[in-house]
Design a protein around this ligand. Structure first.
Ligand code: AMP
Ligand code: ZN
Length: 110
């Protein structure tokens, strides 16, 4: 499958890894939208949140997000974003959660 994030999991495309465990990989976004911008993905390919059918993986993703938020100086706050579908702003068709932090994040989002 021609998937950028599967290639990051396999190491074919390099990334700056922030966190890794059996189910999850987290790495710095290549085009950061905030001083801290980390992408958290399941190692297994799911196109989006609607395709995810394994609660162990969902738990692992959110445990990893809490772990990352603890360790990466986000005490002032952060935002978790899961763009889904074309109108949702999803450009990579491998489920991922953005963690954004390090500046005032606007609401509502654009
Ligand atoms: P989305 O637009 O929600 O699908 O998010 C996809 C994200 O993946 C964007 O923020 C991109 O900057 C990021 N991205 C794309 N290619 C890479 C890459 N090779 N390494 C790190 N982040 C990437
Ligand atoms: Zn993939």
């Amino acid at each position: 499958m021609d998937c950028i994030f599967c290639k990051i999991v396999s190491g074919e495309i390099p990334s700056k890894v922030i966190y890794e465990d059996e189910h999850v990989l987290a790495f710095n976004d290549i085009d950061p939208q905030a001083p801290i911008h980390i992408v958290v993905i399941p190692k297994k390919h799911f196109a989006n949140i609607l395709e995810l059918n394994d609660s162990n993986i969902l738990n692992a993703i959110f445990d990893s997000i809490k772990n990352i938020a603890d360790k990466q100086n986000m005490e002032k706050g952060f935002r978790i974003v899961c763009n889904t579908g074309s109108e949702g702003g999803q450009t990579v068709e491998h489920l991922h959660f953005h963690i954004l932090s390090g500046r005032n994040l606007h609401w509502p989002p654009g």
